[in-house]
Design a protein around this ligand. Structure first.
Ligand code: TIU
Length: 234
């Protein structure tokens, strides 16, 4: 068992039964010239999380942890896009429409895919999710349970939207979640702060908040490749 200092108290985890879940590090949210920026957001706030996630991802891979990536998006025929989601915001160019990097949040489009810096490795599951939470209408829950995963380290964007929703969904399903605060980001500094406080308040009502350097240091002590949670290479 490894232990890292976190709030509201130390987070103890076994890399064999803990997965790293990276939420929606997609070009459309994170890259200059994407959908997020087209909406008037400052993507540099989101890009601050890239390097810390990269370091944590490398450490998790080395320790043999299960790594799962998610992408928010929809089928090209938009059959899984709720009309309410499509209409929200009254955007000129919204989900499914032509955006700066292809059809916005549509699977298979350039902007929908994960940024090169955090590209999934072959064998790492990528969960395509139609909602904000990674458990809604996906096979994430069964993938985690099939591999005996009990705890999650959750990174990605945005802190108050897809990260928070996923952490709440995970918590209700019985998973412990640690959120390294430097590995999550929001377009809104006030929401970043509030979203992290909400997770760790009331004795960790939804989970733990820590920082990636402590997790990386703890993982460095784990025996490489000893995790049963990792996908076995054929
Ligand atoms: N991934 C995710 O958080 N999707 C969003 O739409 N986030 C916003 O903050 N808009």
């Amino acid at each position: 068992m490894l232990s890292v200092k976190a709030e509201p108290y130390s987070f103890a985890f076994d890399p064999a039964s803990c997965a790293l879940v990276i939420i929606d590090m997609q070009r459309d949210f994170v890259d200059p010239g994407g959908f997020g920026e087209a909406l008037g957001n400052d993507v540099s706030l989101l890009r601050k999380a890239i390097d810390p996630i990269k370091r944590l991802l490398a450490a998790a891979r080395k320790a043999g942890m299960l790594v799962i990536h998610t992408r928010e998006g929809h089928r090209p025929d938009l059959a899984d896009l709720p009309p309410a989601k499509k209409a929200r915001g009254k955007l000129k160019a919204g989900i499914g429409d032509k955006g700066p990097m292809g059809r916005i949040l549509v699977r298979g489009e350039y902007g929908h895919d994960i940024i090169d810096a955090l590209k999934p490795k072959p064998g790492e599951p990528v969960v395509d999710k139609p909602g904000k939470g990674a458990f809604f209408a996906t096979d994430l829950d069964s993938m985690l349970k099939n591999r005996g995963i009990k705890q999650l380290i959750v990174c990605g964007v945005t802190t108050e939207v897809c990260v928070n929703t996923t952490v709440r969904e995970a918590n209700d399903r019985g998973f412990d979640c640690l959120v390294p605060e430097d590995c999550v980001a929001s377009y809104f500094p006030a929401f970043q702060k509030a979203a992290l406080e909400m997770i760790k308040a009331q004795g960790g009502i939804f989970g733990w908040v820590g920082d990636s350097a402590k997790v990386v240091a703890a993982l460095a002590k784990a025996k490489p490749g000893s995790s049963k949670g990792a996908l076995k290479k054929k």
